[in-house]
Write a protein of this length. Structure first.
Length: 412
């Protein structure tokens, strides 16, 4: 029998996190912009820790809650109800720190864990991830930043583009080419770089879509996407993470983890947008009756609800596969694209149903709409994932005479 029942212990943790979000995080959101953001974060973190709500996915031995993939996913849907990400900051599970902690736990040396993982888990430092360059994004193997050995150090030169949160980070994970003669995906390694650092110069936070409209953070840096110049950046050899040439292979489990977290946050946001759409459609009267009574509008709501349902099933299946250590490369790419489009579509529909009000900043929809657009680029653009998915469909057909295994065929 297929069992979609969420186990009682996971439901209990979800309820606890949900209560914390309602009681502490959502009220604190209105304080953003009135006092320093990271003061608010620190206070919430102290409260969260006191309640044992901390780094949900990090094993207990490292100071987290030690939740498995399913439990973490379920908890993230509560965290994701805080659309300012204050919930994620409060529980210290904000990206990219969360995925980096996972990487350090899996691949860090004892010394790296002691020096970097501990303060990350403790919430004392923040980290950014520097892979993309102007020269290369979708095809990251085009990265030009070079790392050359010099005694017991590496010397890095190059540039980085869209290093999110670099301006507020004390540590950077920097990918660079260490082995130009190796096979394409074995040429790159990852370095732990302490910030600020004269060799890692932040040129600017790149102005991006929609930030003018989101005025609450205007005078304070709480993230940003940095353009970085790397010049004679000297990194101790012991700060190479995960072994030479493993920059790409190391990123794989990070992606699965990120998908669940992103997926759950997207569900929370899309659900809120759909609720808003239903409310507005029920209240707004045009041509003598509520907008909600028009079949055209009901069809729009139906499409959104269906997409949300599919998304829920997708993330539950991915959590299931992760819990059992099963390969989820295909599902990961399909879910990545589907969920990004689902979120965009549901918010777009809610915005449309709100009419001109949806285009204002009197509701959060316009801000969500712009933010959701980035999901189709971040972690690999639509086309690259679809390309990969399509190739797997063809390879599977060649190998087995059927495409089923590339289309969720292990389910039914
Ligand atoms: C908000 C935001 C935050 C980000 N944060 C980070 C971060 O913290 N760290 C980091 O390293 N990077 C980050 N990135 C970068 C992100 O990972 C890249 O934008 C992404 O990988 C795409 O690379 P690119 O922008 O260089 O696009 P390009 O490589 O220039 O590709 C442009 C377009 O070409 C098309 N395309 C590319 N290849 C193919 C193909 N094979 N088939 C068909 N079409 C194709 C796609 O439409 C694609 O969107 C962030 C980006 C955004 C927008």
């Amino acid at each position: 029998m297929i069992d979609f029942e969420i186990p009682a212990d996971i439901q209990a943790i979800r309820a606890k996190v949900g209560a914390f979000i309602d009681e502490h995080v959502l009220p604190a959101e209105s304080e953003i912009g009135t006092r320093p953001f990271f003061d608010i974060v620190k206070e919430l973190q102290a409260k969260a820790r006191a309640e044992g709500l901390w780094c949900p996915f990090v094993p207990k031995e490292w100071g987290g809650m030690g939740l498995g993939h399913l439990a973490n996913a379920i908890v993230q849907i509560e965290v994701g109800r805080s659309f300012t990400h204050l919930g994620a900051w409060a529980l210290n599970c904000m990206g990219p720190q969360d995925a980096t902690m996972v990487t350090l736990i899996e691949h860090g040396t004892p010394e790296q864990k002691e020096k970097y993982l501990k303060p990350l888990v403790n919430g004392d430092i923040r980290i950014c991830f520097s892979m993309t360059e102007r020269a290369a994004g979708a095809d990251a193997t085009g990265m030009q930043t070079r790392a050359v050995e010099d005694g017991d150090e590496w010397v890095l030169n190059g540039e980085k583009w869209f290093s999110s949160s670099a301006s507020i980070s004390q540590l950077a994970l920097v990918m660079a080419k260490t082995d130009p003669d190796a096979p394409r995906h074995r040429q790159f390694s990852t370095f732990l770089v302490e910030l600020p650092n004269a060799g890692y110069r932040i040129l600017r936070d790149i102005p991006v879509m929609g930030e003018d409209g989101h005025k609450r953070y205007k005078d304070e840096k709480t993230g940003g996407h940095a353009e970085v110049r790397i010049e004679n950046l000297r990194v101790p050899a012991k700060n190479l993470l995960g072994g030479r040439g493993n920059g790409f292979s190391m990123g794989q489990h990070r992606l699965g983890y990120g998908r669940l977290r992103h997926g759950m946050w997207s569900i929370a946001k899309a659900q809120a947008a759909l609720d808003m759409a239903a409310k507005r459609a029920s209240e707004r009267v045009t041509f003598g009756k509520p907008v909600a009574e028009r079949q055209a509008v009901q069809f729009q709501l139906a499409e959104c609800a269906t997409q949300l349902y599919i998304t829920r099933l997708m993330v539950l299946h991915i959590a299931y596969k992760m819990e059992r250590g099963l390969d989820l490369t295909q599902e990961n790419s399909m879910a990545k694209n589907y969920i990004a489009h689902m979120l965009h579509h549901v918010i777009d529909t809610a915005l449309q149903i709100h009419g001109s009000l949806g285009y204002t900043h009197d509701t959060p929809l316009a801000h969500w709409y712009v933010a959701a657009r980035s999901n189709r680029l971040v972690d690999g653009p639509d086309e690259v994932h679809d390309w990969k998915v399509g190739r797997t469909v063809l390879e599977t057909y060649k190998r087995t005479g059927s495409t089923a295994a590339a289309a969720g065929g292990d389910l039914v």
